[in-house]
Design a protein around this ligand. Structure first.
Ligand SMILES: CC(C)(COP(=O)(O)OP(=O)(O)OC[C@H]1O[C@@H](n2cnc3c(N)ncnc32)[C@H](O)[C@@H]1OP(=O)(O)O)[C@@H](O)C(=O)NCCC(=O)NCCS
Length: 320
């Protein structure tokens, strides 16, 4: 009975509590989210514009929700990202998800986006479409997404005897620690030169006042590596700390691990990861999540284990 379903624009100031209830009914058993994670991603945050989100209502009750983001590549190409879509279990397979998705696709096309990705962006929940949600995989495929690649989240428990690897000794002349104000310029130059795609998440961490969670590897005064970490008290709840209801409130995480090209192959990357694990543990973390990676063998050297697999892919958009 799709005719009794009304699709209308999402209005965060009134809809967030109803979407929270919908989330619990739809994904509460598989991917429950805490209020602080949900509200900071779909509620009041910069970047949610009218038309980014849509809700489906049946008899005045919110039974469906979609939220998308959009951005531009460094070359100025606009693209969209579906950060979440939910349809109440009683209302699935009635075309509601398709109607919600079409609203987003039409808007992205009108904005000049040439591509849309399935779950991406800094406000995403998942690193891709979870392989253990086959309904979602089938849905995105039906909408024309080629979910051809896979990516993984790994976890490493940090508490308990022997769980935290011993710190790695750095070669002479190298130092490692929390970002200091005087190193900000050198870090920015390093990121721009070596890992430009990670600059926005670095700026987000800095803007929220969590700069001490950016750990920097230096040779003398030159930044040659960095790693972005999250602790249980991080103000910016980045993608690594989304699943605190599944993995515990003391969840931390790290990502964007990078060593300058000229310094690779000397064990410095592993030293950054182990250093990050110690930083997270010192700040109360008992588990650490490493998101969106295919370097499973590398991270397993730190004691991390594979946690979730995701399907990744996109759909090309053609303006009608
Ligand atoms: C994914 C989801 C939003 C789909 O919503 P929906 O309203 O049921 O989707 P639609 O009715 O528009 O389905 C459109 C097509 O997608 C495919 N599809 C959707 N659900 C499917 C399922 N359970 N099994 C197989 N194919 C499915 C079918 O091709 C379907 O067309 P058909 O019914 O004519 O065969 C819904 O299943 C859901 O809320 N799941 C839980 C939340 C979730 O996983 N969100 C995504 C996280 S990335």
């Amino acid at each position: 009975m799709i005719k009794d379903v009304v699709i209308r624009e999402y209005r965060p100031e009134q809809d967030v509590p109803a979407v929270a209830v919908l989330w619990e009914s739809t994904l509460g058993a598989t991917y429950p989210v805490s209020s602080r994670v949900l509200y900071s991603r779909i509620g009041y945050r910069p970047g949610v514009e009218t038309g980014d989100g849509w809700v489906a209502e049946r008899s005045g009750r919110v039974v469906g929700f979609i939220l998308a983001d959009h951005d531009q590549t460094a070359q100025g190409v606009s693209y969209g990202m579906v950060s979440t879509i939910l349809v109440h279990p009683d209302c699935q397979r009635q075309g509601i998800g398709t109607r919600l998705y079409r609203q987003v696709e039409q808007r992205l096309c009108a904005m000049g986006c040439t591509e849309v990705h399935a779950t991406a962006g800094w406000f995403r929940f998942w690193s891709g479409v979870p392989a253990d949600l086959p309904d979602a995989v089938a849905f995105f495929q039906r909408q024309g997404f080629g979910l051809e690649t896979e990516t993984h989240d790994l976890i490493a428990p940090l508490d308990g005897p022997g769980r935290l690897p011993d710190p790695v000794n750095l070669p002479a002349g190298f130092t490692f620690g929390s970002l200091q104000a005087q190193d900000l310029g050198a870090l920015f130059a390093f990121q721009q030169m070596e890992f430009a795609g990670w600059v926005p998440s670095m700026l987000k961490i800095l803007a929220e006042g969590d700069g001490a969670n950016i750990l920097v590897l230096k040779q003398d005064v030159t930044v040659v590596g960095s790693i972005q970490t999250y602790t249980p008290s991080s103000k910016w709840r980045g993608p690594n700390v989304v699943w605190e209801r599944l993995l515990g409130e003391c969840l931390g995480g790290y990502g964007c691990v990078g060593v300058a090209r000229a310094f690779r192959g000397q064990g410095l990357g592993l030293a950054l990861c182990v250093g990050a694990m110690h930083h997270i543990a010192r700040n109360g973390g008992t588990c650490c999540l490493i998101d969106w990676t295919n370097l499973l063998e590398f991270y397993k050297k730190t004691g991390a284990v594979d946690w979730r697999c995701y399907k990744r892919g996109s759909k090309r958009l053609v303006k009608e």
